[in-house]
Design a protein around this ligand. Structure first.
Ligand SMILES: Cc1ncc(COP(=O)(O)O)c(C=O)c1O
Length: 426
């Protein structure tokens, strides 16, 4: 599942002791395993090989240029949702035809930027956006390719904030409107409406949700083709799961077993937009225990990473497995499941230093005894971790450190107080 492992009682990332990285680079710090990124990317690629898909890694999940670079070298395209993400893709010399651009609020400047870059697909989310795209493309006499984002109205059975494919969602258009959409915009000279795009939410651990959504998508494509529209692509979005608690996410092959038969021999270019399933388990946030505190009958472990560094627990009540980097005797584990079998654990809240009651990394969590100075590893933090970091409470961003075998490389330095005010001094 990942290349973070306990050896001789100490957490390692690939061949390197996490405590050594923390000693050298300080805490909090994001530590990534390159082998884990590649493992998960290749798992998707190999599982879906029968479809020869364009795998557009979703930059929003973990956007560091160094990571984009090695994924590009593996053959990844990119899913972007802003001019900034497009700039990141272009900064690593991505093949522009392997870039897809989603998002309900693309600005004119972003559309122009994407036309200039000659990207593969605009994933269009509304009639108003389509009219704007057509106007811009016609004014510039530019040829562009689009896919219509369709809401298949499937409940992805995930957190309500990350459910995106239901009828009442702000994303895409519903199935009935999709037919009218093609009638209205499917025969433009400069804007080729070539496919449909689905993204039902994230993480979606129930494979049957994809089967439902893609079946509806394929049925729509059949109908559109019968009406004479030339549909050449289907983008099935992202949303594959990752392991947060134990090993709960289906492996890529399980998604593929269900999805490949639906799309094989359909004469469609298949596009995928995985983010979390590639990045989540490839990153760990390492933090140091500052204080232990009791309030009433609650016990708090106060650490030096806060919601500004990792907001998922505060934002989505997301669960991240947390364990000491060097557990006390009797608390060594090999796999996460071992933790539940141990006796002597205490229920504790792991909280950050930020001035919000919502600033926590774990609530009511059974942990071994922890003391000031102990390092804790917050696992599965590679996706939607650093990318969602903020400067709240004037806290500089932590560094990002990439481990590749025995090699340790800082791929984003720790920010300084000067960085925090640099944009205010001009
Ligand atoms: C359109 C689209 N594609 C892909 C993704 C990536 O999803 P995930 O990281 O769960 O694979 C998202 C995430 O929000 C998305 O909105």
């Amino acid at each position: 599942m990942d290349h973070f492992h306990y050896t001789n009682g100490h957490l390692h990332c690939e061949n390197v002791a996490v405590a050594d990285i923390a000693r050298q680079h300080g805490t909090p710090a994001y530590i990534y395993s390159k082998a884990t990124f590649l493992h998960h990317y290749r798992a998707v690629r190999d599982a879906f090989a029968a479809l020869d898909p364009l795998i557009c890694y979703s930059i929003k999940s973990c956007a560091n240029l160094n990571i984009l670079e090695f994924l590009k070298d593996e053959g990844a395209g990119f899913d972007v949702v802003s001019g900034g993400e497009l700039a990141r893709a272009m900064a690593v010399d991505a093949d522009p035809q392997g870039i897809v651009f989603a998002g309900v609020g693309k600005t004119d400047a972003e559309i122009e930027q994407a036309i200039d870059a000659n990207i593969g697909y605009f994933n269009v989310e509304s009639e108003a956006e389509m009219e704007n795209l057509i106007a811009i493309a016609n004014r510039r006499n530019a040829k562009i390719r689009c896919a219509l984002r369709v809401n298949p109205d499937v409940d992805p059975k995930t957190h309500r904030y990350t459910s995106t494919g239901q009828k009442e969602s702000k994303f895409g258009v519903d199935l009935e409107r999709a037919r009218r959409f093609f009638d209205a915009y499917g025969r433009e000279a400069n804007v080729h409406l070539a496919g449909i795009h689905l993204h039902i939410g994230s993480p979606v651990n129930d494979v049957s949700r994809y089967v439902l959504a893609i079946t509806k998508g394929v049925q729509l494509i059949d109908e559109l083709r019968a009406d004479g529209f030339e549909i050449t692509a289907i983008d099935i979005g992202g949303g594959f799961g990752a392991h947060y608690r134990e090993e709960e996410a289906p492996p890529a092959v399980q998604y593929a077993e269900a999805i490949v038969p639906l799309l094989k021999d359909k004469g469609l270019k298949v596009i995928m937009e995985p983010g979390r399933t590639i990045a989540a388990n490839a990153g760990t946030l390492v933090t140091e225990t500052l204080y232990i505190k009791k309030s009433g009958d609650r016990a708090f472990v106060i650490v030096d990473a806060g919601m500004n560094d990792l907001i998922r627990p505060s934002l989505y009540e997301a669960f991240h497995f947390i364990w000491p980097v060097a557990p006390a005797e009797g608390f060594a584990i090999q796999a996460r499941a071992d933790a539940a079998k141990l006796s002597g654990l205490h229920e504790q809240d792991v909280v950050g230093p930020v001035c919000e009651s919502g600033d926590f990394l774990a609530k009511d969590r059974l942990l071994p005894p922890v003391a000031r100075g102990d390092l804790l590893a917050v696992f599965s933090a590679g996706a939607y971790g650093m990318v969602l970091a903020s400067h709240y409470n004037a806290r500089p961003h932590p560094p990002e450190i990439l481990v590749d075998g025995s090699d340790v490389r800082v791929i984003r330095r720790r920010e300084t107080f000067d960085d925090l005010v640099a944009a205010e001094r001009f």
